[in-house]
Design a protein around this ligand. Structure first.
Ligand SMILES: Nc1ncnc2c1ncn2[C@@H]1O[C@H](COP(=O)(O)OP(=O)(O)OP(=O)(O)O)[C@@H](O)[C@H]1O
Ligand SMILES: [Mg+2]
Length: 228
């Protein structure tokens, strides 16, 4: 299984994956690229549906069914294996594989959002990192601009390298709004540590507003996302 695309993972849960993914989808579409989106597994799904998949679908201007975009949905806001077990189910990788293959067949670029961080279990014995490897997608890492992000982000990059996963780069997102002086100083250190690996930064957004069109270096994403 392979496609031109990327797998958006995070330094943590709530690190800005969906915001980064949506920003990337919009920026790619602005370049005239036909982007398909996937949120293979979403947990914490309520009556309103899978929020991340709905946001990605809207960003993509997609008319596909939410079930096609998010084939595995669970109510408990927990890791996928935990949320599935809670319902007496197991994550069905076959269904996910079919959704990926269909999406790759229909679109020029497949943007996939993981759940949680890289080593979160996606299915029994299968991590999010394994899912990215299964789809042969290079990573975009969303990093939360807050205390703790240096460690979480560098650990994520090290875990990716240890597994032989390609990393396109890191996008910092100002998830918690304006930074304290201490957080701002910390973030400067992360920017320095990442150097060329930093491919974007999403400033604090007002509720309901989209990221600036130039927040992410799309050329870097396209260069790193070629069919392998
Ligand atoms: N730059 C930003 N400015 C303001 N709010 C942001 C920004 N980035 C993210 N957020 C908010 O922070 C929260 C977490 O972001 P997001 O949902 O993108 O993270 P995630 O990694 O996708 O989370 P999950 O693990 O649940 O999928 C959301 O409420 C989102 O709207
Ligand atoms: Mg998300």
């Amino acid at each position: 299984m392979s496609a031109r695309g990327c797998f958006v993972t995070g330094s943590d849960t709530g690190a800005g994956k969906t915001v980064v993914g949506c920003a990337l989808v919009r920026a790619l579409r602005a370049r005239g690229i036909d982007v398909g989106v996937l949120k293979p597994i979403e947990t914490g799904v309520d009556e309103a549906g899978p929020h991340d998949a709905i946001a990605l679908r809207e960003a993509a201007g997609s008319v596909e069914s939410i079930g096609a975009i998010c084939p595995q949905q669970f109510a408990l806001p927990a890791a996928p294996t935990v949320a599935a077990k809670h319902e007496g189910r197991e994550v069905d990788l076959g269904v996910i594989d079919r959704a990926f293959t269909d999406c790759a067949a229909r679109h020029d670029f497949v943007l996939t959002e993981g759940a949680g961080g890289l080593l979160v279990p996606a299915a029994p014995g299968v991590t999010m990192a394994d899912l990215a490897a299964r789809f042969e997608l290079p990573l975009v890492v969303a990093a939360r601009a807050a205390l703790g992000t240096i460690n979480h982000t560098l650990l994520t990059l090290e875990a990716a390298a240890a597994r032989g996963l390609d990393v396109i780069g890191v996008v910092i997102s100002h998830v918690d709004g304006a930074l304290s002086v201490a957080d701002a100083a910390n973030l400067e250190l992360l920017r320095d540590a990442l150097g060329e690996q930093l491919i974007g930064e999403i400033p604090p957004l007002a509720p309901g507003s989209d990221a600036p069109a130039d927040a992410i270096n799309v050329d870097r994403v396209l260069a790193g996302a070629g069919r392998r």
